[in-house]
Structures are given as structure tokens and as C-alpha cells.
Design a protein around this ligand. Structure first.
Ligand code: ASP
Length: 600
């Protein structure tokens, strides 16, 4: 080894020892007779002092060294003089007095500071990802990611799971996104598909009798890059045989609690995790992935609103639509002008998601004061009192009132909750608020295609009590599906699966899959189910999202070593890229690019 010790490992106990360290120049200060270098390796930073009088040769080299040069330094560990300790670094009580310096490599001036946590434009960071990854924050994230994955492997091994790899070159999978296709050279005109998840293979492993499987699995989905998505991402993919929903929920919940409590200093909002039905989360939070770190729940006030003099509310209720109230604590404590601005900013947000308007009421800060706001005049004092009771509104609060058909009103509630929480800083960054969303509808009506779509995927089993509704009222059938949610993100989704061929065929039929097509795509599943498929179920937590939340990062690119940009481009190597004509020829592929569609 070119080093005897790691830079960040040296402590008081090493004082007096001769050591060799190697790493990158993090900082340098030339004070004439003395050069100070902070040498960094993965373990941390160590201050090195090089004295011109004592070590003229080493000193001469050290004066040339610049940021990010790679050095090897031999020296003696000494205690720093009293008052010169640096409590900000782990090695802050000692320093190295160098006797020899060797330059292992020079470095150009990096395009951004490695030693500072400055905001750097993301495209620059991604282009020079190998430099970006040198930064402490990125290192911390990747180390955490490693620990989470190691923890998961150990945990599941102890629970009797086997890690089994499944192919990357595969066939179309049922997650509902677009596939990435890989042309076959040996079978011209035929394609593999990259797996959107190992869904079918893990189910087939259950048919094969493995009972408990997991994999840290790469998944590929060719989706439009809206929001925080990556074309390839990592799931902890799992499947278990002879289980019921409860078994899966308890195992995952135990694992998540242990991960948070062992690997982070974050607080769990509630243990056990709250369980909410799909209907409940939609009605109260307008989203199936609510952030429970704050309340801002929508309360149904239709009964009260229909007695008001406001035609909009009365008509909404007559039409079967709800009127809902969201209480914004303390928001009434601003001047009239500010309040009107505040209201119109939020009204704009609900309009952006299809709402027609937003009513509001302001409770006076003092008892006996006047209730104000755009809809105050339509509510008698008695009705106002009922509203405040139903919403538990306090003096100085604002009540937002919304009336709209479902599902538009859900989007309005969701956008109000998210943006109010941001404005009032209600989401404590140190809290992890997990919850389960259960009892999703098995299928959703797709008005564009005029058919039912599975709300999870094709293999999710209906709740047994609802199976008889499959023909008469498919929209009312609940699926045995579960989502684990944390801080407003879905961190895992899974289900108990169908394991009987007849039921699987029936579901294929209901979602309008032509039987010939179904057999072509999923015939192997139907066939496997005829050979003694055990009852089984599973789940797949997203590793990127989970680590992002554990690390307190705002997006998943911060916890992936080499992510794609939001436009699905690898900015470091420029992928995707054009290929040589011979390569296409070998694959029997001709491009049909329109002239104006200039490749980038
Ligand atoms: N394959 C599913 C998904 O990727 C997860 C599961 O059902 O286990 O969402």
C-alpha cells in the first residue's frame, strides 16, 4: 500500500508515530517558512505542516502543490499546540509534520470547488461527476446508500430470504410504462425488452418453490422525464410464498424502522406506521402519498355549506360534489391587503389544477371580532360557529373552502397542502412520517382508451370478498395492494398476487387484453399457474427514493453515483449517442429519421 494510515483516522493515540498518508490536496496555505496542506482521502481530512528549515526538499515540493494534486506524505503525528485544535474535523487535535512529500499526480484546477458545499449548476456537476463525487456531501450519500443496502441484505438473509439475480435482457413486463428495447443481432427483427421490474420472474421463483426471494434489482422504464425520475433505478425487489398481506406489511415495517433507527438520527413520526385506506387519504389529503408531517387535512363541510347562502356551494352539494375546508393555522395574522394577496396566490394554484376558485374565511384574532374573507357574508354567525367547530379553527386561522367534483378536488387539496406546508415550513426535515395506504381500487377506468386499467399491475389479486363484483361492478373491487409512503413520496408498492390461472385470465379479459395477445405476452405465467403455484405476494421498495429520504436530499440524483439528467442524458459520456452505420446494419435496422429531426 502507498499509505500506512488513512488521513481521517489519525488521533491523539497516534502521536509520536511515523506514518505515510496519501490523498488529494483539499486546501493549502503558504506561510513562507511553513506550508500547511489539508490532505483528504475518503476517510477525511488531515492537516500537514511542512517546515522549510527542517525539510527544505519536502517544503519545495509542497509549495508547488495545488488543489486536488495527489500527494504521498511521510511524517510524524504530533499534538497540535494548545488553542490550535480544530473541532470541526475528526483529526483536529493532531497534525502531521512532514519529512517527505512525493507528487503522485498533478491536477488541473477543477471547474468547481471540491472543498466547499457551494451551489454548482447541476449540468456541470453531472458532466464532471467524478469530481462532484469527491465532495463530502456526495460521499456521505453514497456511503449511506452502501450501508442501507448492506443492512437490507443482512436483515433479509436473517429472515430466510435468498438473493437471486434475474435477467436484464428480457421480455416486456407489466408495470405499465414504455419498455426499453434491445435489438437482437442473431434474431433479426426481434427485440429483448429491459425489465421494468423483475415482477414475473419473482413470481415464477415462487412457483419454483424458493418461498422467499429478494434482489437489489435495476429496473428500466422509458417514461417521459417529468419530475424526479430516472430511466433506470434500483428497487429492493421481494416476493414471499404462503403469506397474507399482514405478513408483508409487518416484515417491511420492521425493516424500515430498524434502518431509520440504526443508520440515521432521524425521528419516526409514528410506530407502528399508521394505516389509511385509499379512500381516506384521497378525501383528507387529496393524494395517495400524503405527507403526514403536517396536518392541513381537508374536512368535509358539505352539510354546513349547503345551508349557506352561497349558490356555488349549494349547487355543488346538489350535484353530489363535496365542499371541503382546510384550516391554515395562524395565517389570519396579516394585514387585509396581505391576506388578499395570500388568498389569490393560492387561488391561482388551485386553478392550475382545474379548480374554479377558492373561498376563504378569516377568524378574528380576538374573541368577538369580525369574521372576514370572501365567503364570510354567505354564512350566518350560527353556521360560522358550526364551521369553526367542525374544523377546530382557532382565532387567527384562515379557512380555505373548496367545492369541486372528484377527482379535481383531490388535486386541489394536494396542491394546497404541499404549497402551504412549504410556505409555513411545516415539514420537519428531521422527521420520517411513514404510513401505509391500503385498499386501493383494483382497476381504474381509462376514459381515453375506454377500458379498465389495473391500478397496480396485472398480477394483483382482488380482495376475496369483492371478487363477486368483478363482472357487475369492477370499479368497486378493491385490490390486495399496499403502498408504503414517507414524507409525501411512495417508497414501496406491492400486492398479494393472483395465483390461479382462471382468475388471472379473467383479469386479463377485464382490462381488455385480447386473449391471443395475453397468451403471447404472458402465456408463460398462465401456464406456470397450472403447475401448483403457491399463494404469494411481495413488494418493492425504491432504493433511490428511500436513500434520498434518509439522507435528507431533495432528489434521487443526489444518491445515485452516475445519474442521467432530467432529459435522460448521461452528460459525462454523452449517452444516448449515435452509432456507426455498420452497427445498425448488423442489427438489420434502418433509421427513419425525418430530415429536420437533426440528431443532437
Ligand atoms: N413490481 C412492482 C413495482 O415495480 C412491485 C411489486 O408489486 O412487487 O411497482
Amino acid at each position: 500500500m502507498l499509505k500506512t494510515h488513512h488521513c481521517g483516522s489519525l488521533r491523539q493515540e497516534h502521536v509520536g508515530q511515523q506514518v505515510t498518508v496519501a490523498g488529494w490536496v483539499h486546501n493549502w496555505r503558504d506561510q513562507g517558512g511553513l506550508v500547511f496542506l489539508d490532505l483528504r482521502d475518503r476517510s477525511g481530512v488531515l492537516q500537514v505542516a511542512i517546515d522549510r528549515e527542517k525539510q527544505p526538499e519536502a517544503h519545495a515540493l509542497a509549495t508547488q502543490a495545488r488543489s486536488e494534486w495527489v500527494l504521498q506524505i511521510v511524517g510524524t503525528v504530533v499534538r497540535r499546540p494548545a488553542g490550535m485544535e480544530n473541532p470541526n474535523i475528526a483529526t483536529g487535535e493532531v497534525e502531521l509534520h512532514a519529512s517527505a512529500v512525493s507528487v503522485l499526480n498533478r491536477a488541473k484546477t477543477p471547474p468547481f470547488y471540491i472543498n466547499r458545499d457551494d451551489r454548482v449548476e447541476e449540468s456541470l456537476r453531472l458532466r464532471y461527476r467524478y469530481l462532484d463525487l469527491r465532495r463530502e456531501r456526495m460521499q456521505r450519500n453514497l456511503i449511506l446508500r452502501h450501508r442501507v443496502i448492506k443492512f437490507i441484505r443482512d436483515f433479509l438473509d436473517a429472515e430466510g430470504f435468498l438473493e437471486i439475480e434475474t435477467p436484464i435482457l428480457f421480455k416486456t413486463t407489466p408495470e405499465g410504462a414504455r419498455d426499453y428495447l434491445v435489438p437482437s443481432r442473431v434474431h433479426p427483427g426481434k427485440f429483448y425488452a429491459l425489465p421494468q421490474s423483475p415482477q414475473q420472474l419473482k413470481q415464477l421463483l415462487m412457483v419454483a418453490g424458493y418461498e422467499r426471494y429478494f434482489q437489489i434489482a435495476r429496473c428500466f422504464r422509458d417514461e417521459d422525464q417529468r419530475g424526479d425520475r430516472q430511466p433506470e433505478f434500483t428497487q429492493l425487489d421481494m416476493e414471499m410464498s404462503f403469506v397474507e398481506r399482514e405478513d408483508v406489511l409487518q416484515l417491511i415495517e420492521r425493516m424500515m424502522i430498524e434502518i431509520v433507527e440504526t443508520l440515521t438520527d432521524r425521528q419516526l413520526l409514528a410506530k407502528p406506521f399508521p394505516r389509511l385506506t385509499y379512500q381516506e387519504v384521497m378525501e383528507r389529503f387529496g393524494s395517495d402519498k400524503p405527507d403526514l408531517r403536517y396536518d392541513l387535512a381537508a374536512i368535509d363541510v358539505s352539510e354546513i355549506a349547503t345551508q349557506s347562502d352561497f349558490a356555488v356551494f349549494k349547487d355543488a352539494v346538489t350535484a353530489g360534489n363535496p365542499v371541503k375546508a382546510i384550516r391554515v393555522p395562524g395565517a389570519g395574522n396579516q394585514s387585509g391587503g396581505q391576506l388578499r394577496k395570500f388568498h389569490s396566490a393560492y387561488e391561482e394554484r388551485v386553478r392550475a389544477v382545474g379548480g374554479k376558485g377558492l373561498g376563504y374565511l378569516v377568524l378574528p384574532a380576538e374573541a368577538g371580532g369580525e369574521v372576514k374573507g370572501s365567503v364570510a357574508k354567505f354564512f350566518s354567525p350560527e353556521l360560522q360557529a358550526l364551521l369553526f367547530e367542525a374544523t377546530q379553527a382557532q382565532p387567527g386561522d384562515v379557512l380555505f373552502l373548496l367545492a369541486e367534483a372528484r377527482p379535481v378536488i383531490y388535486g386541489m387539496i394536494d396542491v394546497l397542502r404541499r404549497s402551504l406546508a412549504e410556505e409555513f415550513n411545516l415539514a420537519d426535515p428531521n422527521t420520517m412520517a411513514f404510513c401505509w395506504t391500503l385498499d386501493f381500487p383494483l382497476m381504474e377506468w381509462n376514459p381515453d382508451e375506454n377500458r379498465w386499467d389495473p391500478s397496480h399491475h396485472l398480477f394483483t389479486a382482488p380482495v376475496p370478498e369483492d371478487e363477486h363484483l368483478l363482472d357487475s361492478a369492477p370499479g368497486q373491487v378493491r385490490g390486495q395492494q399496499y403502498d408504503l409512503v414517507c414524507n409525501g413520496y411512495e417508497v414501496a408498492g406491492g400486492s398479494i398476487r393472483i395465483h390461479r390461472q382462471e382468475l388471472q385470465e379473467k383479469i386479463f379479459g377485464l382490462i381488455g387484453l385480447d386473449m391471443v395477445d395475453a397468451k403471447e405476452r404472458f402465456g408463460h405465467m398462465l401456464e406456470a399457474f397450472t403447475y401448483g403455484a403457491p399463494p404469494h405476494g411481495g413488494i418493492a421498495p425504491g432504493i433511490d427514493r428511500l436513500v434520498m429520504l434518509l439522507a435528507g436530499e431533495p432528489n434521487i440524483r443526489e444518491v445515485i453515483a452516475f445519474p442521467k439528467s432530467q432529459m435522460a442524458i448521461d452528460l459525462m459520456v454523452s449517452a444516448p449517442s449515435e452509432v456507426y452505420p455498420e452497427q445498425l446494419e448488423e442489427l438489420s435496422i434502418q433509421l427513419a429519421l425525418a430530415d429536420e429531426a437533426e440528431p443532437e
